[in-house]
Design a protein around this ligand. Structure first.
Ligand SMILES: [Mg+2]
Length: 253
């Protein structure tokens, strides 16, 4: 994990002032945000590029090979691990003592050419004041490769990955506490972006502002009814541009 606290510390926002009603929900004032914390897969790049589908398929292949299962059984077990252990990896570690590096190297051996450079994301991150960091259930190596493809790596002061979380995946609250310590986050001044709604639950409980970057896959909405979601978007770059330009200038959907 690479992290550093840099730049001037913005003053804490004061108590709410009376005045004209603001649009609901009001987007955060960028000047009051110390850290913009992003999930990686399907959050920083569009789910529609199907990169995660490649990872998902290789998770199944890994289970087939390691446990000697036919594809159907491996697929079923993969879904059980995700549901009951948070990630496929955690299930393999808990129930089959799989070394995490073996698994992570295998599942992230994918074709990253489907992820295109994102000048829009690059420009929005450049304009956002405050620090930007990554909190991912994947490996830091994978995160670095994806950030390089997007051409946005230089914006991020830290990557908190699954090894940093002692392989306790989101939404395990212990990982969030570890991320807060490692990245030196003030949760009350952190905005957290995630495509998996269930991973927003602990973030909100710890005081973060939550942004759900939703997409069509079933898992994106799982547990959404239990998550306190402050903002929802299906276009991260447009949402960031809206924060930067104010509510009157939000690009049309
Ligand atoms: Mg994700």
């Amino acid at each position: 994990m690479t992290a550093g606290k840099s730049g001037p510390v913005q003053p804490k926002p004061g108590p709410a002032k009376s005045g004209p009603a603001k649009p609901d929900p009001a987007k955060p004032d960028p000047a009051s945000v110390e850290t913009w914390l992003f999930d990686l897969d399907n959050t920083l790049y569009p789910a529609a590029c199907n990169l995660f589908d490649q990872i998902d398929r290789r998770m199944g292949l890994f289970i087939e090979a390691r446990l000697g299962l036919p594809p159907g059984e491996a697929r079923s077990l993969q879904k059980t691990f995700f549901r009951e252990h948070g990630t496929t990896l955690r299930g393999l570690m808990d129930r089959h003592a799989v070394p995490p590096a073996d698994y992570l190297d295998f599942v992230h051996d994918i074709d990253l050419s489907v992820v295109a450079a994102s000048p829009g994301l690059d420009a929005a991150l450049a304009r956002l004041p405050g620090r930007k960091a990554i909190y991912t259930n994947a490996s830091a190596d994978h995160a670095h490769r994806v950030l390089d493809r997007l051409e946005v790596a230089h914006h991020f002061v830290g990557i908190f990955d699954i090894a940093d979380a002692a392989y306790l995946p989101k939404p395990d609250p212990r990982g969030y506490h570890a991320a807060i310590a490692a990245l030196e986050l003030d949760p009350e001044r952190t905005v957290f972006f995630e495509d998996s709604a269930r991973n927003l639950v602990p973030a909100h409980a710890l005081g973060m502002t939550t942004v759900w970057v939703r997409h069509e896959a079933e898992f994106s909405a799982r547990d959404a009814e239990h998550a306190t979601i402050h903002h929802t978007t299906n276009d991260l770059v447009a949402w960031l541009e809206g924060v930067l330009t104010g509510p009157d200038d939000v690009p049309a959907p």
